[in-house]
Design a protein around this ligand. Structure first.
Ligand code: NAD
Ligand code: UD1
Length: 337
């Protein structure tokens, strides 16, 4: 297949591009590099043997998109491009609505005009908010969003749902990711946060590297097995493989589909710290801190539907997620220096 990947130089995008190339697909990336580096392309080529075609463009730029998509012969689009920091979305809501929702509607309009109507979209478990029960299935009710980032994911899901209802030629996969972490086993690509990260795994990695002094464990009195928060961490390469499985499924089962992409297992914050320490042989100082506003005690995925319909399973362990994050972290330090 010839596949357009928006946001393809980013964290999840770059890993998906590697898997797409290795599966024999032709990949064309559109990214404005606001949160990624052009050098990712060389590193993707080192891993996969092929450099993907790349266009530095903004998904809000209809003219640029028309030029890329028109006559491009695309059979499908994997749409990652967008802004993703929850806290920043509270401070800069207009940017989030404009880039995520405005950019997506512009992209979908261009796709429609050019008869490309198969879309795999990066949604998030954040659409479930604080779920009434775990594990979370695809039928678990969507809760009102508690921040603009989550709001944009819900709205883009709705737009794609409306498009499919308006014209069944729209073939849509809404992939609700749980907590993507880890890096490619080569250590050449991974998450490359611009500033001080907000998510647990990159923070733990930076503490292990001595870049941050300690991990604040947000909450030690949650009703969980050790009092810290529980999440469903999924290795980014498993997640990338889930996108290929979704594309394959859309090819034989057109429609509008929702799939949770997680492992089906919950891990506590303290367990992540212990696993990272074991994987690296380093001491990871931590201290209890107040609960982070907006956090839920525990959430993990019911992955029965994804496993049944996609024939896919996230098999990489938390230990592998930690070891791969660490390998990448050490390589990334040499890149920055
Ligand atoms: P990322 O920031 O690494 O990748 C996003 C990419 O989109 C970046 O390369 C960025 O430069 C690009 N981009 C941003 N705005 C753009 C624009 N206007 N035009 C063109 N390109 C633009 O983030 P990621 O972690 O790889 O996330 C990819 C997608 O998955 C996002 O939509 C994100 O919301 C979603 N998601 C991520 C997580 C997570 O924990 N990482 C969880 C759930 C969903
Ligand atoms: C967060 C976002 C979510 C987004 C996801 C992307 C919030 C409220 N939610 O999810 O919308 O889709 O990132 O991956 O921001 N923790 C600590 N100390 C830290 C950092 C985190 O104890 O320094 C804990 C958190 O309380 C949580 C767990 O680690 O229990 C995971 O946190 P994080 O990696 O930020 O992910 P989420 O909060 O699940």
């Amino acid at each position: 297949m010839r596949v357009l990947v928006t946001g393809g130089t980013g964290f999840i995008g770059s890993h998906t591009v590697v898997e797409l190339i290795e599966a024999g697909h032709q990949v064309v990336i559109v990214d404005n590099l606001v949160n990624s580096k052009r050098s990712v392309l060389d590193r993707v080529a080192r891993i996969s043997g092929t450099a993907p075609e790349f266009h530095e463009a903004d998904i809000r730029d209809e003219t640029a998109l028309d030029r890329i998509v028109g006559g491009g012969g695309f059979e499908a689009v994997v749409h990652f491009a967008g802004l993703k920091a929850v806290g920043e979305s509270v401070r800069r809501p207009l940017d989030y609505w404009e880039v995520n929702v405005g950019g997506s509607t512009t992209l979908f309009r261009v796709l429609d005009r050019n008869d490309v109507r198969t879309v795999v979209f990066s949604s998030s478990a954040t659409v479930y908010g604080d779920p009434d029960e775990v594990p979370v299935t695809e039928a678990t009710p969507i809760k009102p969003a508690t921040n603009p980032y989550g709001g944009t994911k819900q709205v883009i899901e709705q737009i794609l749902t409306d498009l499919h209802a308006s014209d069944p030629r729209w073939n849509v996969a809404l992939l609700r990711y749980f907590n993507p972490v880890g890096a490619h086993a080569s250590g050449l690509i991974g998450e490359d946060p611009n500033d001080i990260p907000n998510n647990l795994m990159p923070i733990v990695a930076q503490v292990a590297a001595g870049k941050l002094p300690e991990v604040n464990v947000y909450g030690n009195d949650y009703p969980t097995r050790d009092g810290s928060g529980v999440r469903d961490y999924i290795h980014v390469v498993d997640l990338a493989e889930g996108h290929l499985a979704a594309l394959d499924r859309l090819a034989v089962d057109s429609g509008r589909h929702v799939w949770n992409l997680g492992t089906g297992n919950g891990t506590t914050v303290l367990e992540v710290i212990a696993a990272f320490s074991a994987a690296t042989g380093r001491d990871i100082p931590y201290r209890p801190a107040a609960r982070r506003p907006g956090d839920v005690a525990e959430t993990w995925a019911d992955v029965t539907k994804a496993e049944r319909e996609l024939g896919w399973r996230a098999g990489r362990t938390v230990d592998e997620m930690c070891a791969d994050t660490w390998r990448w972290q050490q390589y990334a330090l040499t890149l920055d220096g």
